[in-house]
Design a protein around this ligand. Structure first.
Ligand code: R1P
Ligand code: URA
Length: 291
């Protein structure tokens, strides 16, 4: 088995993986990711017991228990580039032996659940609603650095998306990946379902105009109008496609759930986004603890 060099997998003096500063024994097999580092304690305050509290840069991890269920909550910061770090390091923590620096013969699947915020692209999905991403459609370029493939239906969906939005000339080719089916089935009642677009920015890539003009001014309207069979685009944010794409290739079950804080069709913003996120955390933790 090939040894992974010190320059490729960086382990600190505590025996912890470099960016996350987490050791293999400090991570649970159910991992909740949140963008905002301050949101970690908003999740772990619902734990019966917190075992580990760790931090390096924007990556804060709390590991603890709800009843007998061991859960870690990890902040990712914003964007697909941070997800490249978090997903690779979470996977290394369970699937690479840190002593021999070799891939373990028996791979361990994680359950990775993002609890985030998002902008709605449909008039009938209001602020403060919850959306589960059936797919992450990435208009960032992260997955193209890895060998990856889509099935025929996914290829057709991406092709229809490119034709409809006319994005192919100026942006990297979009990619798509789907939610982990073992997780998706638990989050139905009280959650909208749909395709989530993952953007490499909050302003221009999500069609927001402050002072700068947009290269494709009709892009956001076209997202709202897109249809592929029964599929429509419900929302956009900045991590889902990267989590789904990398997580699936690594063999993990991933799910992204968002509280809607902005409705871009109705031009509305939540009056209390913090409360919407708190409600999402409480409702989803009850389900996660019982899975
Ligand atoms: C932008 O404000 C951030 O909010 C959303 C986006 O994905 C992006 O990370 O999620 P979080 O609230 O989880 O960070
Ligand atoms: N996060 C985003 O990325 N976009 C929004 O509109 C709201 C939250």
């Amino acid at each position: 088995m090939q040894r992974i060099a010190e320059s490729e997998l960086i382990i600190n003096s505590r025996g912890a993986v470099y960016h996350l500063n987490v050791r293999p024994d400090e991570l649970a097999s159910t991992v909740i990711t949140v963008g905002d580092p301050d949101r970690v304690k908003e999740v772990s305050k619902h734990f019966d017991k917190v075992e580990h509290t760790l931090q390096h840069r924007e990556f804060i991890t709390h590991t603890g228990y709800i009843g007998k269920k061991r859960i870690s909550v990890v902040s990712t910061g914003i964007g697909p580039d941070n997800i490249d770090i978090v997903l690779n390091e979470l996977d290394a923590l369970v699937n690479i032996d840190f002593d021999s620096r070799t891939i373990k013969p028996q791979l361990a699947p994680l359950h990775i659940i993002r609890l985030g915020t998002s902008g709605s692209l449909q008039a009938d999905i209001p602020v403060d609603a919850f959306v589960v991403s059936t797919h992450g459609l990435g208009i960032d370029n992260l997955l193209h650095f890895y060998r990856h493939d889509n099935n025929e239906e996914e290829k057709q969906l991406v092709h229809a998306f490119v034709t409809h939005t006319q994005v192919q000339d100026s942006l990297s080719y979009p990619y798509i990946s789907s939610a982990g089916s073992q997780l998706l089935k638990h989050f139905v009642q009280g959650y909208h379902h749909g395709i989530t677009i993952t953007c490499p920015g909050f302003y221009g890539p999500q069609g927001r105009v402050l002072r700068l003009g947009l290269s494709n001014p009709t892009f956001v309207d076209r997202l709202t109008q897109f249809q592929f069979g029964q599929h429509r685009i419900t929302n956009f944010e900045m991590e889902t496609s990267a989590i789904y794409g990398l997580g699936k290739m690594m063999g993990h079950q991933c799910l992204s759930i968002s509280a809607i804080v902005a409705n871009r069709v109705k031009k509305e913003f939540s009056k209390d986004g913090g409360l919407a996120v708190e409600n999402l955390i409480k409702k989803s933790l009850e389900i996660i603890a019982g899975m």
